[in-house]
Design a protein around this ligand. Structure first.
Ligand code: PRP
Ligand code: URA
Length: 206
């Protein structure tokens, strides 16, 4: 299933991202804020466990997400602010890293480093702001699935209809939470209207 967040606050934050004058620090901060909104939605029905904690008037049991059962996997570079954001909400979750770069000519993703923790029987939150052709997300999901997983949830900021169609048809079991779905891809496989290159915008490399 694809869940698109559409509300006035989400749309306002995305407009900041699209603005060429938004500098890297605010860009990363805005990505992080949108990621929090996506995470709230994605975990809306997540099961809770009872945890015994020391309160001001003795030990008591309270509800909590079992954070250790959540693995947040980021696709470098542009996914980094999203990883930080999820880990602010769930400080005890586990982090994994996939370094991928789209080849400028073929537009296919190339994996050049992976550091995935144990994924079996965990819930994976896979974070990358952009779903353009969908190639990077599909490759990331295949790699994670090869490690044996129970559930994968994709958190993304902007996607193209083409990329999301590819992603949801190849991996119908993966729920996709996305802030906004844009119009199309251009001939260079960039999202229109999009926001440009999310990695470059985040890290001043354009
Ligand atoms: C961007 C983005 C995705 C990918 C999306 O990363 O963060 O990973 O492109 O494109 P796709 O859906 O067509 O695969 P990029 O390869 O530019 O690397 P970067 O994060 O280092 O800039
Ligand atoms: N990667 C990006 O960062 N932006 C796009 O529009 C496409 C791929």
């Amino acid at each position: 299933m694809i869940y698109e967040l559409s509300n006035p606050l989400t749309n306002t934050l995305i407009t900041h991202l699209r603005d060429k004058n938004t500098q890297a620090q605010q860009f990363r901060h805005t990505i992080a804020e949108l990621t929090k909104q996506l995470t709230y939605e994605a975990l809306k029905d997540f099961p809770l466990i009872q945890k015994n904690i020391a309160t001001w008037h003795g030990n008591k049991k309270f509800e909590t997400i079992k954070e250790e059962d959540i693995v947040v996997v980021t696709v470098l570079r542009a996914g980094l602010p999203m990883l930080d954001s999820v880990m602010e909400l769930l400080p005890n979750c586990v982090a994994g890293f996939l370094a991928m770069k789209r080849d400028e000519n073929t537009h296919k993703s190339v994996l050049y480093y992976d550091r995935l923790p144990k994924c079996k029987n965990k819930t994976i939150l896979l974070v990358d702001p952009m779903v353009a052709t969908g190639g990077s997300m599909c490759d990331a999901i295949e790699l994670i699935k090869s490690k044996g997983v129970s559930k994968i949830i994709s958190l993304n900021i902007i996607g193209s209809p083409e990329g999301l169609k590819k992603l949801s048809s190849k991996h119908p079991d993966v729920d996709i939470y996305i802030a906004q779905i844009d119009e199309k891809l251009d001939i260079n496989k960039y999202i229109i209207p999009g926001l440009g290159d999310a990695g470059d915008r985040s890290y001043n490399t354009q």
